[in-house]
Design a protein around this ligand. Structure first.
Ligand SMILES: [Zn+2]
Ligand SMILES: [Zn+2]
Length: 79
């Protein structure tokens, strides 16, 4: 049994996630995403895939990176 650090649920199927040496306990992926998923620097949404990284910041997509001045990222190859 372990208590989720986001919602406080004491759940027998809780999970532990280690990020940068710190271990966190959650009862669900939803709580884990809420607590530790990186946020898009432009729109603020939770990034749950690989994301896009430019200038030391994380973005959810090339559009958001472009909006912050990082024109080098693209969602697809030029055709
Ligand atoms: Zn929770
Ligand atoms: Zn975004």
């Amino acid at each position: 049994m372990a208590v989720c650090e986001v919602c406080g649920n004491d759940y027998d199927k809780a999970m532990e996630v280690t990020v940068a040496g710190a271990t966190h306990t959650f009862d669900s992926f939803e709580c884990a995403i809420h607590a530790i998923a990186p946020r898009c620097e432009h729109c603020g949404c939770a990034i749950i895939g690989h994301g896009h990284e430019a200038g030391g910041a994380m973005y959810c997509c090339a559009h958001c990176a472009h909006a912050e001045g990082h024109a080098e990222l693209a969602d697809r190859a030029a055709s």
